[in-house]
Write a protein of this length. Structure first.
Length: 760
């Protein structure tokens, strides 16, 4: 190899490689497939641009981001390195000129095309493929490789063609594949490998530990308190600050509050026109503003070195979003702060957005039928529709223009419609007009080419991400360790000290050790809450349940006669925030489950049901519960008038039930049949079948052992019937009616249990 450092200086005008870059570059130069998971802003692009210069042929970069393509092409050309792009922003004639030049690339020419940036849609172009098949390739890089994964929200069917494209070219020549992303969760990583068809590859995951970035979380739910805390932070610390909010409404609220308090502040949202956005961004970048209040639309190209504080006023969307935004306060490596002043209850906003981003099939078909109204099946004329989303929402009965916007995006994603924009419209409702053009002919609902299963997976994934960010921010533990574990950064984890010294939990760790915390809430309080919820399992939301327990006179409580319940006001001695924190602790420790959606309900979990059969389970976790409560409600301690509830009560937990399951288990281990066990124990066979399902639920029987009692094809069939017909899994009869005669109730129960444990 020639002197790589010298090439770096001569071609890229950089003095030296950053830590870890050289190892990646050498892996590519040696023709190894390479996966790179490194954070945003760490010069990932150099790891494919440098080999593209070093190797003699054409480097192809597949990227989903048109704006970043242009930015990188401009930078390469400014360095005297010829780069071109082919995407929807250039004309057909320009595309043909570029491909003709590539086809005739003169390897001796100093100004030959060395880099070609393409969008995934180009992989369908026959002329493009015919040219690329006949030239020499240095490498193919897939930037923002997480978009290949089905778990990514912006996944498109066109990404599936990348593997076929690579396989076709590799039949006649070998070249390395380089996949890069800042999103390195285990699930996404494994999906990238599978979808690219990689078998042997080098993997680099590092640099997720931002050593001088301090994480501080302060749970605040009331708006007035949050605004006062934000102002206190700004007044007591030096500039500069970014304040991220989860909605335009919140941005406006915070911006106006800071203005009234004489703070030098700007704002930035995606709904502002391009000129105003650019002006606000420039004012912040050149330090005309001390603070910028923004939605997550603010961030692309932000490289201000002296940002010291990033404040999340609301709960971030995910750990990926949170970490990417937080790191904007650490570009120069000096001590900086990521401060969160959100609350656990903020997740209601995110759940509202998730539900609207992934609407049900029925709502999507309402809009689809509305757009294709008047057309016959297979009829199509490139028809254009000029309507506001607000009008479509009203005329379809959806009454929600945000949901309509999401549905149009989904239809566009699957190439059913296309959108055009008129940014200068001055309509009285301040809603920009969209020209919607029908791309595909009208089809029956069954033939509409939407991957429904994939849409459901994405919705589930977003809820999973929401749960992870809540665990990171609201559960006691080292923030930094949680982040590095989430991103699978094993190398940095090895070097992380037991006390990271860079998050609020570790800095105050001694306060949160269970053995140093007094019992601030009496143990029976947990039992009373759990028993109370068991009676109202999956009927009410969190706030309603809290209102009943603390003696609230809310209208709903009176209408539903909940003020007559025996536990009404039983926890009135406790502050409402304290009771809320107890619920959150029970949720975090797995005794309760909170459903998703706009109106989430509280459920009892298997873990709590297990306490019926294991007396000490809740007592065993009492220390953890007290520590978590101490951490969550220390500022409310003065509001705790009494550690005990009004109705002191000893809950008798029967122990004989566990014995009956144990006896059944013992006989199963002796390889006796269900019928033999039923006869020996004097029970019906159905009772023993229920015991078997419970033993599997309690992890007393393994998956392999439970599978002996049914056929896998039957279990899979039950699952398909439930999902296809969206059946209520709490009622067995409707499920049985749709199953073939050879599927018994026992098969259905096993299938449901396996689905619940994600084993099926």
């Amino acid at each position: 190899m020639q002197n790589l450092e010298q090439l770096l200086q001569n071609k890229f005008w950089l003095e030296s490689f950053r830590e870890g870059q050289l190892e990646i570059i050498e892996s590519v130069i040696k023709q190894n497939d390479t996966l790179v998971f490194m954070p945003t802003g760490w010069w990932k692009s150099l790891t494919y641009q440098f080999p593209g210069v070093y190797l003699p042929w054409l480097a192809i970069i597949i990227s989903p981001l048109i704006s970043l393509m242009k930015d990188q092409v401009d930078k390469l050309n400014s360095l005297g390195l010829r780069a071109e792009l082919i995407n929807s922003t250039i004309s057909t004639m320009d595309k043909e000129f570029i491909l003709d030049e590539i086809a005739q690339n003169d390897s001796e020419s100093k100004w030959r095309i060395k880099f070609l940036y393409i969008a995934t849609e180009r992989l369908n172009d026959s002329y493009f493929l015919s040219v690329i098949k006949n030239i020499d390739i240095s490498l193919i890089a897939i930037d923002e490789a997480h978009c290949i994964s089905q778990w990514w929200h912006d996944f498109r069917p066109s990404y599936l063609k990348i593997k076929g494209f690579i396989d076709t070219l590799r039949k006649v020549k070998h070249f390395p594949i380089l996949a890069l992303t800042a999103t390195a969760t285990k699930k996404v990583r494994e999906d990238i490998v599978e979808r690219l068809g990689l078998t042997k590859y080098n993997i680099f995951t590092k640099w997720f530990d931002r050593k001088n970035l301090i994480f501080v979380v302060r749970e605040i739910s009331k708006t007035a308190e949050k605004l006062e805390k934000l102002l206190e932070i700004i007044e007591k610390t030096p500039p500069y600050w970014i304040v991220y909010c989860s909605s335009i409404k919140a941005v406006t609220e915070v911006y106006n509050f800071l203005l009234l308090n004489w703070v030098n502040v700007g704002k930035y949202t995606g709904e502002m026109n391009a000129g105003f956005r650019e002006s606000e961004q420039n004012n912040f970048m050149d330090s005309s503003y001390d603070v910028i209040v923004a939605t997550n639309a603010f961030g692309m190209g932000i490289d201000k070195k002296d940002i010291r504080y990033v404040v999340h006023y609301n709960l971030p969307w995910s750990i990926e979003n949170f970490y990417q935004e937080a790191w904007r306060a650490w570009r120069d490596g000096k001590k900086s702060y990521s401060i969160v002043i959100a609350s656990y209850q903020d997740s209601i906003i995110q759940e509202f957005f998730i539900d609207n981003a992934y609407p049900p099939e029925d709502d999507i078909f309402k809009v689809y039928d509305y757009l294709y109204d008047g057309f016959k099946i297979w009829e199509w004329s490139g028809h254009q529709i000029l309507k506001t989303y607000k009008l479509i929402a009203r005329e379809t009965g959806l009454k929600n223009d945000m949901k309509v916007w999401s549905i149009i995006k989904i239809l566009e994603k699957y190439n059913i419609v296309k959108r055009w924009f008129d940014w200068d419209s001055q309509e009285s409702d301040n809603f920009r007009w969209r020209w919607i053009t029908l791309v595909l002919a009208k089809k029956t609902h069954k033939e509409v080419p939407i991957l429904w299963h994939h849409q459901n997976l994405l919705k589930e994934e977003w809820y999973f991400k929401l749960e992870q960010i809540k665990k990171l921010l609201f559960k006691p533990g080292c923030r930094k360790k949680f982040i590095l574990t989430y991103f699978w950064d094993e190398e940095d984890l090895k070097n992380l000290w037991e006390n990271c010294g860079a998050c609020d939990y570790c800095l105050d760790k001694n306060k949160f050790q269970a053995w140093e915390v007094e019992e601030i809430i009496h143990y029976t309080t947990f039992l009373i809450i759990l028993e109370f919820i068991k009676r109202f399992d999956n009927k009410f939301g969190l706030n309603t349940l809290i209102w009943v327990l603390v003696w609230a006179k809310e209208k709903k409580i009176l209408e539903w006669n909940l003020d007559t319940d025996k536990d009404y006001s039983v926890l009135s001695e406790l502050n409402k925030d304290v009771v809320s924190a107890i619920f959150e602790a029970l949720l975090e420790l797995g005794f309760l489950y909170r459903s998703f959606g706009q109106y989430p309900k509280i459920w009892i979990t298997e873990k709590w049901l297990n306490t019926i059969y294991h007396n000490d389970l809740l007592l065993d976790e009492n220390d953890s519960m007290q520590a978590m409560l101490y951490w969550k409600i220390s500022k409310y301690k003065n509001a705790i008038k009494s550690g005990k509830p009004k109705r002191e009560k000893v809950i008798k937990i029967p122990v004989e039930k566990i014995d009956t399951y144990s006896q059944t288990l013992t006989l199963l281990k002796m390889e006796k049949t269900i019928k033999e066990i039923a006869e020996e124990r004097g029970f019906g066979t159905q009772t023993i079948e229920d015991h078997i399902v419970k033993l599997y639920n309690f992890d007393k029987l393994s998956l392999a052992e439970i599978m002996k009692f049914s056929d896998f094809s039957k279990l899979k069939k039950v699952k398909e019937i439930i999902e296809k017909n969206k059946l209520d899994i709490t009622k067995l009869s409707p499920i049985k009616e749709l199953c073939p005669p050879d599927i018994a109730y026992f098969d259905i129960k096993i299938s449901l249990a396996m689905m619940d444990k994600k084993d099926l």
